[in-house]
Ligand binder design. Structure first.
Ligand code: TLP
Length: 357
């Protein structure tokens, strides 16, 4: 029985925790900069152009966070007093501080869907009838990969169908594509292809792609011109932000190429976790870099499991009292994953065990 090495720290709380690589730090130090509020930062301009090119769109804009990107998109697509349809566990609904009510004056019409993937059939019945005394559906927002459903990849046909039908009904569709490059890597399709029917897409440089800061919004020229106005209004006009764009450019070019490693590591952990009888997880559903699993069979809540893992050098996060999430990323090696599994084994069964045995 292997004892867990308590001197080691493995951080699987999120893929947001990555530190910039040496190459990123060098590029940041040497970045050409200017005042981005005047549109004069060459590094930001290069990053925005590259993002637009990669997504096959007119334009893109750099924003400090994914949250700001999503909220700007919601503001542009909606009017106060409207509803936004999204999946019940969606980030815009649960983790963005009710900003869509605060900033856009809208409410969410949440709909639960297996694996976080709404279908047109599910959405159609929840679109507000065109009666003057009912709040109208202003926007549909999807999430790919779906974070809290366990990093699931949106079935392409379902996403395309939703966009087509929504457009026929005059409703725009936004994509929270914080981890869209993970979806692309898992499905073997390009981000341009899987996002082409959406009116706007937000993606994060600061998650699996490894940049320290930053997200992008992509869309039509008119949409991005509006986004520039709202970004400034929210205090997101960041002046010499080229120091961030320099890291972002490396994340955008190099980050996608290594995501399959994170996916293989997540799969490895899933296949090990299912061997712990008190945990509930469907390893076959782990498609990308996120594992969400039920710990209620351990007799502990997630706060207790998190604390015990922490004592063994594993930083993890509970997403409810009964469920936990592990996220793989570029600062987590296969060995680190094995360490996390051994720690989990020890916490759940009270015994040490080497992963793989
Ligand atoms: N997600 C964070 C937490 O907020 C939950 C994480 O650790 O996963 N959309 C999705 C799908 C996200 O997962 C996140 C961040 C965001 C948007 C917001 O991005 P940031 O943190 O840059 O505002």
């Amino acid at each position: 029985m292997a004892e867990v090495d308590k001197r080691r720290t493995v951080d699987v709380r999120s893929d947001t925790v990555t530190r910039p690589t040496a190459e990123m730090r060098r590029a940041m130090a040497e970045a050409e900069v200017g005042d981005d509020v005047y549109g004069e930062d060459p590094s930001i301009n290069r990053l925005e152009q590259r993002a637009a090119e990669i997504f096959g769109r007119d334009a893109a804009i750099f924003v400090p966070t994914g949250t700001m990107g999503n909220q700007i998109a919601i503001k542009i697509h909606t009017r106060p007093g409207q509803e936004v349809i999204c999946e019940e566990r969606g980030h815009i609904y649960n983790y963005e501080m009710a900003m869509l009510a605060h900033f856009s004056g809208c409410v969410v019409r949440p709909i639960y869907a297996e694996d976080g993937a709404l279908t047109w059939t599910g959405i159609k019945k929840r679109i507000a009838p065109g009666i003057y005394y009912r709040a109208q559906t202003g926007l549909i927002s999807l999430e790919n990969t779906h974070n809290m459903a366990g990093g699931t990849v949106y079935p392409q046909q379902a996403a395309d169908e939703i966009c087509d039908h929504a457009h026929e009904a005059g409703i725009p569709v936004h994509l929270d594509g914080a981890r869209i490059f993970n979806a692309a890597a898992a499905s073997g399709r390009s981000v341009a292809e899987i996002t082409k029917k959406f009116d706007s897409v937000m993606f994060c440089l600061s998650k699996g792609l490894g940049a320290p800061v930053g997200s992008m919004l992509v869309g039509s020229r008119k949409f991005i011109d509006m986004a520039r106005i709202y970004r400034k209004a929210l205090g997101g006009g960041m002046r010499q932000a080229g120091v961030l764009a320099a890291a972002g450019l490396i994340a955008l070019e190099k980050g996608p190429k290594r995501l399959h490693e994170d996916h293989a590591n997540a799969k490895f952990m899933a296949e090990e976790l299912v061997k712990i009888p008190s945990l509930k997880l469907d390893a076959a559903k782990v498609q990308t870099n996120i594992l969400v699993f039920d710990i209620s069979g351990t007799g502990m809540d997630s706060a207790a499991v998190t604390r015990k893992l922490g004592e063994r050098g594993v930083l993890a996060a509970g997403i409810s009292p009964e469920a936990m999430r592990f996220v793989t990323h570029m600062d987590v090696s296969r060995d680190d994953c094995a360490h996390a599994i051994s720690a989990m084994h020890e916490v759940c069964t009270g015994a040490g065990r080497a992963a793989g045995s």
